[in-house]
Design a protein around this ligand. Structure first.
Ligand code: SAM
Length: 401
């Protein structure tokens, strides 16, 4: 079932921190370059350099991790933007080997204003991000590194975690610290302010298989829509969160992402938004929930039919059903998730022996996967395989009688 949307939501069991997470495809692919390293005699670990501006302050050893967590702040990171990382000493040594710490060119075009957006108060939503000019498919909106990156643990008490988050943020350069402190909160309780900002604004970034919470201050102004016009992915090697446009929009229109899977039934979407972010979504998809949920059921039905490759589907009108699926995604305002129906269309056309149309759809699927899941996505490898040799692909002519 390779094309079906991946669940992208986790809940933090203890501190009521909800994660607007990266998708499976974006994580567990972190790769560390083979940087030249020297042996540090004192700690007996491999260290290339220590960029940390402050001596790390650490917790006790946390039982579930088997390590302490320490605050590593680099105030000169990315031309003085700074970054604070609350993680294990072992992971900190690995993070330092990543390109943003090693190569002055690695963050070119990142942490720079793209000129595509402005922020403004939006009635009923707090601040939001609006298009500064007309925008089209693939326009880059934001590309930023986090101000705070914190290991996702459940050992610390809320009060202890707050102390460490506060210290991590207070060590950042003033401009970055002020941006963090100006972000939206969910509870509005001063005693848990630093975690409250995390709750309202976090994404999940995986570092060597370990989940970390990441707060990207500029990107945080993007509000939610169940018909989003932008998509995001995280690049763990660049420690960067990217947002691109997936549907054209006019100057002044609000740029939105989805905080929850827009392919989930309305009740599930609303539950996530209410529990995670304490707001009730009043978009037309949520308001017309009966129509929306019927469409979603129909989408699921079409997808499972198209995903049936048993011999009984020979002679089956795959392309026609794939076109119907594409129309349904468009009607639902889910252009940013159309890599799925494009992928089905590519396979359906190829199965009917029309490799030219199959290639067209595979290219569109590929473009969207890159905006939505990044270059690590397994669906991308599948589309590339089809594009390399459509006629040699397993799907070619598969449903011809
Ligand atoms: C990541 S922040 C988005 C930016 C935020 N509006 C601000 O003022 O900084 C998430 C918070 O924005 C608000 N929000 C986001 N999308 C919304 C929507 N569609 N309707 C109402 N409030 C929304 C909620 O309060 C949510 O907890």
């Amino acid at each position: 079932d390779v094309f079906l949307h991946k669940q992208c939501w986790h809940e933090h069991p203890l501190s009521a921190v909800n994660l607007q997470c990266s998708r499976e495809a974006e994580v567990d692919h972190i790769q560390f370059p083979n940087a030249a390293v020297s042996n540090d005699q004192d700690t007996n670990v491999q260290i290339s350099h220590r960029p940390w501006s402050y001596p790390p302050i650490c917790t006790d050893v946390l039982p579930s991790i088997g390590s302490s967590l320490c605050i590593y702040t680099d105030t000169s990171f990315s031309h003085g933007r700074g970054i604070s990382i609350f993680t294990t000493p072992e992971l900190a040594e690995r993070v330092v080997l990543l390109p943003p710490f090693q190569d002055s060119e690695a963050l070119q075009g990142i942490n720079e204003f793209t000129g595509t957006w402005i922020t403004q108060e939006i009635p009923g939503k707090g601040m939001g991000m609006l298009a500064k000019r007309n925008l089209v498919f693939k326009d880059k909106i934001t590309a930023y590194t986090p101000a705070l990156l914190a290991y996702l643990e459940t050992d610390l008490s809320t009060a202890e975690r707050e102390k460490f988050f506060k210290l991590a943020v207070s060590q950042l350069p003033e401009a970055t610290r002020d941006m963090y402190l100006g972000l939206a909160t969910v509870y509005g309780l001063p005693e848990v302010k630093y975690q409250d900002v995390v709750k309202a604004n976090t994404f999940q970034m995986e570092i060597e298989g370990h989940n970390h919470l990441a707060v990207f201050p500029e990107t945080s102004r993007l509000n939610h829509a169940c018909t989003p016009n932008a998509q995001y992915y995280l690049d763990p090697t660049l420690l960067t969160h990217f947002v691109h446009i997936t549907r054209p929009l006019k100057k002044g229109e609000e740029i939105t992402i989805s905080y929850t899977s827009p392919l989930d039934p309305t009740h599930t979407r609303q539950q996530h938004l209410e529990q995670g972010f304490h707001f009730r979504c009043t978009c037309t998809r949520c308001t017309n929930h009966e129509r929306t949920d019927a469409s979603l059921k129909h989408i699921q039905g079409l997808q499972s039919v198209l995903n049936d490759w048993s011999p009984s589907t020979v002679g089956f009108p795959g392309p026609q059903l794939a076109e119907e699926l594409l129309d349904m995604y468009r009607d639902e305002g889910l252009q940013g998730f159309m890599d799925v129906p494009y992928g089905f269309a590519a396979l359906a056309y190829n199965a009917g022996g029309d490799d030219e149309t199959a290639v067209e759809y595979a290219k569109r699927a590929e473009e969207l996967i890159l905006l939505k899941d990044g270059k690590w996505a397994s669906n991308l490898a599948m589309m590339k395989e089809l594009l390399r040799d459509p006629r040699g692909h397993w799907s070619f002519g598969r449903r011809l009688g």
